[in-house]
Design a protein around this ligand. Structure first.
Ligand code: GDP
Ligand code: MG
Length: 311
């Protein structure tokens, strides 16, 4: 696609989205980019792979790096998530710090603010989930965060990643903070991850959504095959996806499959619908469940699944 000539003051750069798990980072990425590239869920710690979403406007190209939430590591996977989030801070031009406007600031927020104050990077703050703050308590919520940010000079924006309120202003503010530079990616590109990764993430999202607490974070998904099936007779062509859901324990496999396969069917249907939107065409999905004991603590297995040493 031919790109339009860029004005001389075109800006571009990398922006890390930093914040506690569940604050709305992935939702914001999807809202800003206008397409579903990051998986979101009411369960914390959903984002596992570092994902770069690309937001191209007239004035700027912003590469959004969605990071796993910074939190206390519990085991190997947790440590890698944290390392990945921390290393993202060092590699970007701007940090967008997301805070949960509808909650009181907590110790976790103070921890992140302190971490960022030690860096020399520009920081923008977004008080997200502002739609959940009742009108009567907006002043109070605002001043609680002013206190948290008292020793910084970071600009603060209020927004709702869910309904898009305030996101346009936020986009403009982010663009203004980036250095002058050319487009880094083709303007039509919205994500730097191969489709396979996104497909796997859509399955993982359905697992988290449908099983909630019972199969918490011990799932990984491998996409084993993606094949184009040609049209037959009057039917149209389809994309066939074969995938395996890995769990740590046999009991989790039981939950995932459900009575008479009902749970796996629900997960598969949900994921298939999402995949059809992503691929923009009919999808045939076949799901398997496999038990790999303790996969989260095995470095080789983690690397195979894409959660590499430097991920
Ligand atoms: P992440 O862990 O920071 O990536 O958080 P997610 O993007 O996965 O969001 C966690 C949950 O918060 C999901 O259920 C979202 O729908 C919800 N959420 C995110 N942003 C907003 C918002 O602006 N308003 C409301 N009401 N909910 C939000
Ligand atoms: Mg996320």
């Amino acid at each position: 696609m031919a790109s339009t000539p860029r004005p001389k003051d075109h800006r571009s750069g990398f922006i890390a989205l930093i914040g506690r798990p569940n604050v709305g980072k992935s939702t914001l990425v999807n809202q800003l980019v206008g397409e579903k590239v990051a998986i979101t869920s009411p369960v914390a710690q959903t984002t596992r792979n570092r994902l770069r979403a690309i937001l191209t406007t007239e004035e700027a190209q912003m590469v959004l790096v969605d990071t796993p939430g910074i939190h206390k590591p519990h085991h190997l996977l947790g440590e890698r998530l944290v390392r990945s989030a921390r290393s993202a801070i060092g590699e970007v031009d701007l940090v967008l710090l997301l805070l949960e406007g509808c909650e009181r600031p907590g110790r976790g927020d103070a921890f992140i603010v302190n971490l960022l104050r030690q860096q020399s990077l520009p920081v923008l703050v977004a008080l997200n989930k502002w739609d959940k703050v009742p009108l009567a308590s907006q002043d109070e919520a605002g001043s609680a965060y002013s206190e948290l940010l008292a020793e910084t000079e970071w600009p603060v924006h209020r927004c709702s990643a869910l309904d898009g309120d305030g996101c346009e202003l936020l986009t403009a503010a982010m663009a203004a903070q980036l250095p002058c530079g050319p487009q880094l990616y083709p303007p039509e590109m919205v994500c730097d991850q191969p489709e396979r990764v996104l497909l796997g993430e859509l399955i993982r999202e359905q697992v988290l959504m449908n099983t909630r607490e019972e199969v918490p974070h011990s799932v990984a998904v491998t996409i084993d095959r993606v094949e184009e099936m040609p049209a037959q007779g009057s039917g149209s062509g389809r994309t066939a996806v074969l995938a395996t859901v890995l769990v740590e324990r046999k009991s989790q496999k039981g939950i995932l499959i459900g009575k008479g396969g009902a749970m796996l069917k629900t997960i598969g249907q949900g994921a298939r619908l999402q995949m059809q939107t992503l691929i923009d065409g009919p999808v045939y999905l076949e799901l398997f469940v496999k038990v790999v004991p303790d996969w989260r603590s095995k470095p080789a297995r983690l690397a195979e699944l894409g959660y590499g040493q430097d991920a």
